[in-house]
Design a protein around this ligand. Structure first.
Ligand SMILES: [Zn+2]
Ligand SMILES: [Zn+2]
Length: 478
């Protein structure tokens, strides 16, 4: 494992953004100065905390105390002068999309990895570039092209012409900046539990605290790289993480980070909070019924340390129908991902099939029964005139349309089910939207636990009459 950067160590401290906390707020304000959500008191931190973005504030002055429960220790000074090493590098700026990349002085620029534009200009370094660690590329261009060809072939419902437009020669190797996060996560969860014994129910207010340690959770620090795309090609194998050296950059581009951890608190807190809430099953198993309130959960992080790392990624951008599609391959493991367009010709029958697989037939049957009933009533009327005949013919035709239509749709459904197996799931076959979770990042050397604290709210007993029928409930508040 790598040596993590301690908060008081060398290099940029991710938690001391210089501009944070300078503004004073009135004490009666209860909105988060950073995102506008409501803030609540977190007793363990002795601070006000925002449920949404995770920033914490002094309870009296609402002055920022940093994020994740880490107090501000020193100011971040990332814009320091360029070092001697930096003088051997240059920046490549894309005139088309504005991306700024770093390369060594011998690496010539041909095209932008983000937008594919060849309009690149080279200039001197403008800001310090000093990553702590790097995972060197293991997947070469030939292998990356092979992986992408196979991956695209496995996407069955892409529109005609998309794959042929995907120019594999345009793949670019890029080191993407990441913050790797180590910390202990604490989440407070609340819910209502119920225990049932015969006719007696006991209702509890349940407050639980879940604690666990994570190591190396990656957060991409480049605004230009889609977060979801990077999450989709996780995980990286950190056993190959080494101290950054110039030689690794030779022949490659690197992106500079443009987001500090303090600027991504919301993203970080959401990922942790989502995982914590997914563990509520451990609480619900203690009750006969349990209802959680995920919107009330509060997550914070302590013992935080961050490393600034470059991780290897192959990029490809495909322009199709006026939209840009970005693809990425993990340059270490070969895991590929991206969002492919879905073909309309397959998509529409898929939608239709989805509809036909719903319970529409019950509605059709109901309509048929109503028509039959009305028809029977009309026929049984004693009078014989043209109005009656017209109504009988009208109702018969309507009933026939409903019946024949239903049969046609049923046949169509079985045909579509046979022909388009999985077609309506064309979006789902993209692993793009999968939640990356935290499974790969638990620090198993440290103890994780859930503490469940319940308060009895009330007893409810069911009242029955002499025949044993339930006639009501009696509730006793405690
Ligand atoms: Zn907030
Ligand atoms: Zn560009």
């Amino acid at each position: 494992m790598w040596n993590k950067r301690p908060l008081d160590g060398i290099g940029p401290n991710p938690f001391g953004r210089a501009d944070a906390g300078n503004e004073q707020l009135t004490a009666d304000s209860s909105k988060c100065p950073s995102c506008g959500s409501n803030i609540v008191y977190a007793p363990e931190l002795e601070a006000m905390m925002c449920r949404n973005c995770g920033n914490i504030y002094d309870p009296n002055t609402l002055e920022s105390r940093g994020s994740f429960g880490v107090n501000k220790e020193r100011d971040y000074t990332g814009d320091s002068d360029v070092s001697e090493d930096d003088k051997r590098r240059h920046e490549i700026v894309c005139n088309s999309c504005g991306a700024t990349l770093v390369a060594d002085e011998n690496t010539m620029s041909t095209m932008c990895p983000f937008c594919g534009s060849p309009a690149l200009i080279t200039r001197r370094m403008s800001r310090e570039f000093k990553p702590d660690y790097i995972i060197p590329f293991k997947v070469d261009k030939t292998r990356a092209q092979k992986i992408m060809t196979e991956w695209l072939a496995s996407r069955k419902y892409t529109p005609r012409g998309f794959k042929s437009k995907s120019r594999l020669t345009k793949m670019t190797a890029l080191y993407v900046p990441f913050w790797l996060l180590d910390c202990v996560v604490t989440t407070e969860l609340s819910g209502t539990g119920k225990r049932i014994r015969g006719c007696e129910k006991t209702i509890y207010e349940v407050n639980s605290t879940i604690n666990y340690y994570v190591k190396g959770v990656p957060f991409d620090a480049s605004l230009r790289v889609a977060n979801k795309l990077m999450e989709a090609i996780e995980p990286f194998d950190y056993s190959e993480l080494v101290r950054f050296e110039d030689k690794y950059l030779q022949g490659f581009y690197a992106d500079k980070y443009d987001q500090l951890p303090t600027e991504m608190t919301e993203r970080i807190v959401k990922r942790m909070n989502k995982f914590s809430n997914s563990e509520s099953g451990q609480i619900s198993s203690k009750y006969d019924a349990y209802e959680d309130r995920p919107e009330k959960s509060l997550t914070w992080m302590k013992e935080v340390s961050m490393s600034y790392c470059l991780l290897p990624v192959w990029f490809m951008t495909v322009e199709f129908d006026g939209r840009q599609y970005q693809f990425a391959i993990n340059g270490q493991t070969g895991e590929a991902s991206g969002q492919v367009p879905t073909s309309d010709t397959i998509y529409l029958p898929g939608k239709l099939r989805d509809f036909l697989n719903t319970k529409w037939i019950i509605v059709a049957l109901g309509i048929f029964l109503v028509i039959s009933f009305m028809l029977a009533r009309t026929v049984s009327l004693p009078a014989v005139d043209t109005t009656k005949t017209t109504i009988v013919i009208f109702l018969s035709v309507l009933g026939a349309i409903d019946l024949i239509g239903s049969i046609v749709l049923l046949v169509l459904r079985s045909v579509l089910n046979r022909v388009f197996i999985g077609a309506s799931n064309a979006y789902d076959i993209n692993d793009f939207d999968e939640d990356p979770g935290l499974d790969n990042y638990f620090d198993l050397t440290r103890h994780a636990d859930i503490k469940i604290n319940e308060t009895m709210l009330r007893h409810v007993s069911v009242i029955t009459d002499e025949n044993g029928r339930v006639v009501g409930e009696r509730s006793i508040e405690i």
